[in-house]
Structures are given as structure tokens and as C-alpha cells.
Write a protein that binds this ligand. Structure first.
Ligand code: HEM
Length: 142
């Protein structure tokens, strides 16, 4: 899989390049641990059971750590965060905090910077998606 003789690194599933599913599992655990420990983010998470949140995010995580160059075909992430935005003021800055905690969790597991950046580049577009009003907002709020 992924020939190219090392010319390009973005080849093969991220999870494989990080060292396998156990490493991914530790990254994800470290991410949730940090999310729930964050003073500011706690406002959005205090009533969310971590097991339930993990289950909701599972499809996203398998995409995130999966093969490169695939688009995320899961749920609309603006809609998933809409209540948080409208009712509790979840903001782009909070999202950035999340990305930075994710980065910390990857580094803690010794992930190479190139892969950390690759994963962040997959997550970053969702900032705009999540914080841009869309046609479905109205029906979700109704
Ligand atoms: C779902 C909070 C950042 C991806 C959720 C839910 C909450 C939440 C409370 C559950 C919503 C519900 O179904 O009731 C947060 C907080 C964040 C954050 C506090 C702090 C930074 C992110 C980031 C991503 C992300 C950075 C990825 C780019 C998702 C996904 C779901 C989700 C994939 C599941 C959507 C589904 O139901 O399929 N988030 N989120 N979140 N979030 Fe976030």
C-alpha cells in the first residue's frame, strides 16, 4: 500500500503511520481527558457523558485516523454543535482550544510533527463549517 518510495509521507492510514490502533486509542483518551479538564470547555461538557460523546464522535475519529484524501461523510458538524453555539456561546476560540488540546494529546504519544500537522489540517476546515450559519439552522432550532 502506498508506494512512492517515501517521496510523499501522506500515504496509508494515519493510524497505521502513528503505530496502530493502540496509539490512536491513547491519543483519543488523552484528548478527552484534556477536554474535560479544561475550565472553559467544561461549560459545554459538564452534562455530556464522555462515553456517549466518544460514541458520537467515533465515525469522525475513524475518518480522522483513516486513509488520507477521503472526505468526511458523517453528520453535519454545524448541526451537531448548534445548540452549544446558540445556547452556551461555543465560539471559534473554544474550537481552537480543542485543536490545541488534540495537538498536545498527539505529542504526548510521540506523534511525528508531520502527522500532527496532517491531522490538524483535516480538522481545521470544520471550524468554518461549524461557525458558518446554514439553511438547516432554522429547522434545527424550530
Ligand atoms: C459532537 C462539544 C470540538 C467533532 C459534540 C457534542 C458536544 C461537543 C457537546 C455532542 C452534541 C450532541 O450530539 O448533543 C465540543 C466541544 C469542543 C468540540 C466542547 C471543544 C473544542 C470538536 C472538534 C471536532 C468535533 C474540534 C472535530 C473537528 C465533533 C463530532 C461530534 C461532536 C464529530 C459528533 C457529531 C455526531 O453526533 O455525529 N461536540 N466539540 N468537536 N463533535 Fe464536538
Amino acid at each position: 500500500r502506498g508506494g512512492g518510495g517515501g517521496l510523499q509521507q501522506h500515504t496509508g492510514a494515519v493510524s497505521y503511520r502513528l503505530g496502530g490502533p493502540d496509539v490512536v486509542k491513547r491519543v483519543v483518551e488523552g484528548f478527552y481527558k484534556r477536554l474535560y479538564a479544561d475550565e472553559k470547555l467544561r461549560v459545554f461538557l459538564h452534562d455530556q457523558d464522555v462515553i456517549t460523546l466518544k460514541a458520537k464522535q467515533a465515525a469522525f475519529m475513524s475518518w480522522l485516523f483513516g486513509p488520507p484524501n477521503q472526505s468526511f461523510a458523517g453528520k453535519n458538524l454545524r448541526i451537531a454543535h448548534l445548540r452549544l453555539i446558540k445556547q452556551r456561546g461555543f465560539s471559534p476560540a473554544d474550537f481552537e482550544t480543542g485543536l490545541s488540546l488534540f495537538t498536545d494529546a498527539m505529542r504526548e504519544q510521540g506523534s511525528p510533527e508531520a502527522i500532527v500537522n496532517e491531522v490538524l489540517m483535516k480538522m481545521r476546515p470544520f471550524k468554518e463549517i461549524i461557525f458558518t450559519p446554514c439553511a438547516r439552522d432554522a429547522e434545527e432550532e424550530a
